[in-house]
Design a protein around this ligand. Structure first.
Ligand code: TMP
Length: 211
């Protein structure tokens, strides 16, 4: 399936995804695109209920495979009922996390093999892949410090520093392997500087996708 504008935003906790998603939306709206912002896990009624199960502490100790399968169950619903229809109708889809998060958190963080994740990715997504992934990168110290200032920590935010070291390393490794799809943004900088970097990355993406 050809998906010209299926854009995902990734990063560890505290990288500032929400603020930057809003900025990316205005970038595409200025080009007269119709933009849909959505998120994972979530994005549908079923997905938001699964999200609640995944993040809540009443399921502390959930088996790693259960966590993995719930992520993909929510994703299957999201793709079938939201992402694909939006792309088919010509919308630009901006998704707050997607399958790179599964490789990073369930793979890097929990230690599930990438072969196992790839099997589910191929099954659930077919040929659907993001056309651009913006990886907002900060050190784990900065990310956790920023995230800690928000609400009560959820089941992932309760993880230890070394878990997030592995998550971040996995994201960076994936970005190194797929330099055409990924753009790494230094999110430790000021909001203005992060937005400048995003504009440069999005301009490059638009140039390449029109070439
Ligand atoms: P967030 O969307 O508020 O950042 O939080 C969602 C949490 O879910 C975050 O800690 C990352 C985690 N997550 C996974 O572990 N695997 C996934 O595939 C996705 C989409 C999210």
């Amino acid at each position: 399936m050809k998906c010209d504008r299926f854009i995902t935003v990734e990063g560890i906790e505290g990288v500032g995804k929400s603020t930057n998603l809003a900025y990316i939306k205005t970038y595409f709206e200025a080009l007269n695109d119709e933009v849909l912002i959505t998120r994972e896990p979530g994005g549908t009624l079923l997905g938001e209920e699964v999200r609640e199960i995944l993040l809540a502490h009443r399921h502390d100790g959930m088996a790693d495979d259960t966590e993995l399968l719930l992520m993909f169950a929510a994703r299957a619903e999201h793709i079938a009922t939201v992402i694909k229809p939006a792309l088919v109708s010509g919308k630009t889809v901006l998704c707050d996390r997607f399958t790179d998060a599964t490789y990073a958190y369930q793979g890097g963080g929990r230690g599930i093999t990438s072969e196992r994740i790839a099997t589910l990715e191929n099954w659930v997504q077919g040929t659907l892949r993001p056309s651009l992934t913006l990886l907002l990168d900060v050190s784990v110290d900065i990310g956790l410090q920023r995230a800690g200032k928000r609400n009560k920590a959820d089941r992932f935010e309760k993880e230890q520093h070394d878990f997030f070291d592995r998550v971040r390393a996995c994201y960076l490794e994936r970005a190194r392997h797929e330099p055409d799809r990924f753009q790494i943004i230094d999110a430790s900088q000021s909001i203005a500087s992060v937005q400048d970097q995003l504009t440069i990355s999005l301009d490059r993406y638009m140039r390449l996708s029109q070439a």
